[in-house]
Ligand binder design. Structure first.
Ligand SMILES: *[C@@H]1O[C@H](CO)[C@@H](O)[C@H](O)[C@H]1NC(C)=O
Ligand SMILES: *[C@@H]1O[C@H](CO)[C@@H](O)[C@H](O)[C@H]1NC(C)=O
Ligand SMILES: *[C@@H]1O[C@H](CO)[C@@H](O)[C@H](O)[C@H]1NC(C)=O
Ligand SMILES: CC(=O)N[C@H]1CO[C@H](CO)[C@@H](O)[C@@H]1O
Length: 748
């Protein structure tokens, strides 16, 4: 037992002994492939996007709001790398909300939320439900059963908002500012969707996107029976599903909601600018294209939701050893010539650009956008109308500690308290574990949270070891509740349904085959019980949602214990258990069903007891003879389109004011009258990059750099200037807004 503990400690020590990487590299140049409004894909004459819908009428509404938390001095959520600390914004992140309800009985509705964030989470979801309730009786129909909080699984946003201890460790605990940004933004998005509710139609279509994802755990996938694998063309799902929301009043489309499985890990683990990664970019591109589309309503919202993402990678060129051997990583273990995983790196389509993943992200985002656009543009002939008036949602909490249920063949099995296996430490080829135990350094960890909790590590009980087999337990997170729960044991089982369209909400990242089995089981049961009448059910899976419960593999993949299997928290029967729970809920989605299952046990709420070692801003200062917002590096007099205009200002810490729904950086263009300036780009735009750098900690000096990566096609010639909006904090804590403006320059 003691041996296990010290072994575990050793590996964790390695995690926190890391020295912080410098993050000073300037953002790379890239050549975006933005679709131009009016180009072929958006030509209204070619588009059938407005083809009249034939299905039933529903209440539909969409909304979107900014959730960009502290962009600097806070660790990013996703790669669990303590060195990945934000220093600015490439693109603001958002919550997109979709509300769908019945016309006849409008209380029957659901909200599907997509956060440009690592996952849904119990703390965040609790906050959203509480603040929706606080909006008053008009919002009383939103609650536990019908609010689905999904994350795109982006790895490029601030962390610090998780309910459980384990994911809080690298972010130094819980950060109220970032938490509030997400919760308030999500509530604002729901409010906007709610206020925009109107009657409309839903249609869905699919396409195959061949070049935006690959499997990153093929060795585990191949453990699934051949008889099952031969039923599928690919070893990852390449199908994108798009649901279109079209209002009845004038036939304009108010939004689209898509599902496609690919890790938003195009931005590498050494990127330090906030963005929504490839999914956030795809959504932006679609929403931009809608501005030039006469069939799209104002306020059009495009949601790019995650699907069975578990073993998918956006690094479509495969995983290679950066050790001079020129070899691919080992097929079975993803290690390199030194037997370790650190040098194994997935390569995105533009990996040679060496720009922290930016160019590959543009590619993978654009491929998803173009896939979605192709479905959208051929709606009508190739799409299916959603029919059947029923809208329902079902939610229960389930304690996964020793949940007993029968497999299909009748054998009773059980799940286990959460635990992570050895391969969890190695990470994946999308970013190798910064904390592979073989790299362990026995130096003291430089992490205050870890200093407190390291002594509380427990070895697994005998029952747990047996239950988790064949997984060798590395971190027995489900049996550790000191000082508060380390991981979720109680998960959300939730499903939504509109007409024949059924949405499984998964708390875990389902692997390709796990997702297929889950969807197939739901489709078979829905068909058998005729809950969609005579219409064939169509099932999608969205997640990771509601609470972050790491991964779910098939039992066969679990037996292989690669990263995904090692991160399947509740043992080898987790997937059959999830399927059992979804099927148990299915009768509550039937037309005429007015019942809800018992709510189940409430997960612990750790918000009030969480550690917080994220220190606040002390003060900002301007160097002698300078003032906040003063431009210290002016633009050149003129740039050719395609060049980068880079300017620097005397800055202040952006954590003083998140400027939600606003901007830190902006590009303004001079109007034809020679006097009027119009904002043309802001933090929401991918090609305007805001970087903050502390230059003197004691005196609070900092620089802000704004890089405008101008685009030959999208940015017209003209006269421009760059603006910076900041907020400084005085020694007595007073926060004061200021503005900086550059000289004017021309773009030719
Ligand atoms: C970021 O990581 C990639 C992949 O390992 C590497 O090629 C690149 O040099 C790194 N960039 C910086 C600035 O560390
Ligand atoms: C799910 O498991 C429960 C026992 O926990 C069992 O009663 C039920 O029949 C199972 N449902 C399905 C659909 O397998
Ligand atoms: C049922 O299936 C499980 C998993 O494949 C297997 O371990 C078990 O032996 C089977 N039980 C029977 C009675 O065949
Ligand atoms: C990581 C890995 O093994 N990727 C493989 C996934 O499958 C494709 C074929 O579909 C292979 O080319 C990759 O090497």
């Amino acid at each position: 037992m003691a041996a296990t503990v010290s072994f575990v400690s050793l590996f964790i020590l390695g995690l926190f002994a890391l020295v912080q990487l410098s993050s000073t590299e300037a953002p790379g140049r890239f050549a975006p492939r933005f679709e131009r409004p009016g180009g072929p894909a958006t030509n209204p004459l070619l588009s059938k996007a407005r083809t009249a819908a034939a299905g039933d009428k529903y209440l539909i509404g969409v909304g979107k709001a900014d959730i960009t938390g502290p962009s600097v001095e806070v660790n990013f959520a996703g790669y669990a790398d303590t060195a990945q600390i934000g220093n600015g914004i490439r693109q603001r992140i958002y919550c997109r909300a979709f509300v769908i309800g019945e016309v006849a009985n409008p209380k029957n509705r659901f909200v599907y939320l997509i956060l440009d964030a690592m996952s849904g989470d119990t703390a965040v979801r609790n906050g959203i439900l509480e603040r929706l309730a606080a909006l008053g009786p008009g919002y009383s129909m939103y609650g536990q059963p019908n609010v689905a909080v999904t994350g795109t699984h982006s790895h490029s946003g601030p962390g610090g908002w998780f309910n459980y201890l384990l994911p809080q460790i690298t972010s130094l605990g819980f950060d109220k500012q970032g938490y509030n940004a997400i919760v308030d933004g999500a509530v604002l998005a729901v409010k906007r969707a709610h206020e925009s509710l109107q009657e409309g139609h839903l249609d869905f279509g699919t396409t195959r996107i061949t070049d935006a994802n690959i499997n990153r755990s093929l060795y585990a996938y191949l453990a699934n029976p051949e008889s099952e694998r031969v039923q599928y063309q690919d070893n990852v799902d390449k199908t994108m599903t798009l649901l279109r929301l079209q209002r009845a009043s004038d036939g304009k489309n108010i939004g689209v909601l898509t599902w496609f499985a690919v890790h938003p890990t195009s931005m590498l683990g050494n990127n330090t600018h906030v963005s929504g990664d490839n999914k956030g970019l795809a959504a932006y591109l679609f929403e931009e294209s809608a501005k030039g589309d006469s069939q799209a309503a104002d306020g059009f919202v495009a949601g790019f939701s995650q699907a069975n993402v578990g073993d998918t990678s956006p690094n479509t060129l495969g995983a290679w050893c950066e050790d001079g051997t020129g070899l691919e990583c080992d097929f079975m273990t993803s290690t390199c010539s030194d037997g370790k995983s650190q040098k194994c790196h997935g390569r995105g389509p533009m990996y040679h650009k060496l720009d922290l993943g930016v160019s590959s992200c543009v590619e993978i985002g654009t491929r998803q956008y173009e896939g979605a656009k192709s479905i959208y543009d051929s709606m009508g002939p190739k799409s299916t109308a959603v029919v059947g008036p029923t809208v329902r949602a079902v939610h229960t909490f389930q304690d996964m500690q020793y949940y007993s249920f029968p497999l299909d063949n009748g054998t009773m099995v059980q799940t286990c308290p959460a635990a992570l296996g050895h391969s969890f430490a190695a990470g994946t080829s999308d970013w190798p574990g910064a904390f592979d135990f073989t790299q362990a350094d026995e130096g003291a960890p430089n992490n205050p949270v870890w200093t407190i909790v390291a002594g509380l590590l427990k070895a697994p009980t005998a029952a747990q070891k047996k239950c988790q087999g064949p997984k060798p337990v590395l971190l027995d997170v489900g049996e550790m509740s000191l000082p508060y729960a380390w991981s979720a044991n109680i998960i959300d089982s939730q499903s939504l349904r509109v007409g024949q369209f059924i949405i499984i909400i998964s708390p875990s990242e389902a692997t390709t085959m796990a997702g297929r089995r889950w969807r197939n089981a739901v489709k078979a049961a829905a068909t058998e019980t005729s809950i969609t009448g005579t219409t064939e059910p169509y099932v999608v899976l969205g997640g990771p949602a509601n609470s972050y419960a790491h991964y779910v593999t098939t039992p066969e993949e679990y037996a292989v214990q690669r990263y995904e299997g090692a991160s399947t928290l509740y043992g080898q029967w987790e997937l059959p258990a999830y399927i059992n729970l979804t099927l148990r809920g299915l009768p509550h989605l039937a037309p005429g069903s007015t019942t809800s299952p018992p709510p189940g046990p409430s997960p612990p709420d750790n918000r009030a007891k969480s550690f917080s070692f994220i220190t606040g801003v002390v003060l900002d200062g301007a160097p002698p003879g300078k003032s906040f917002g003063q431009c210290t590096k002016q633009p050149a007099a003129s740039y050719a389109r395609g060049a980068v205009a880079s300017v620097t200002f005397v800055g202040a810490n952006p954590r003083n004011n998140l400027r939600l729904e606003g901007t830190y950086a902006a590009v303004e263009k001079l109007g034809g009258d020679g006097t009027t300036w119009t904002q043309v780009l802001s933090d929401r735009d991918w090609r305007l990059v805001y970087t903050w750098k502390r230059t003197n900690g004691a005196l609070g000096y900092s620089d802000v750099t704004v890089d405008w990566e101008t685009d030959r096609d999208l940015d017209g010639p003209g006269t421009y200037r760059i603006k910076y909006y900041g907020d400084s904090k005085s020694i007595i804590g007073k926060i004061k807004a200021f503005t900086g403006t550059t000289n004017t320059f021309t773009l030719t």
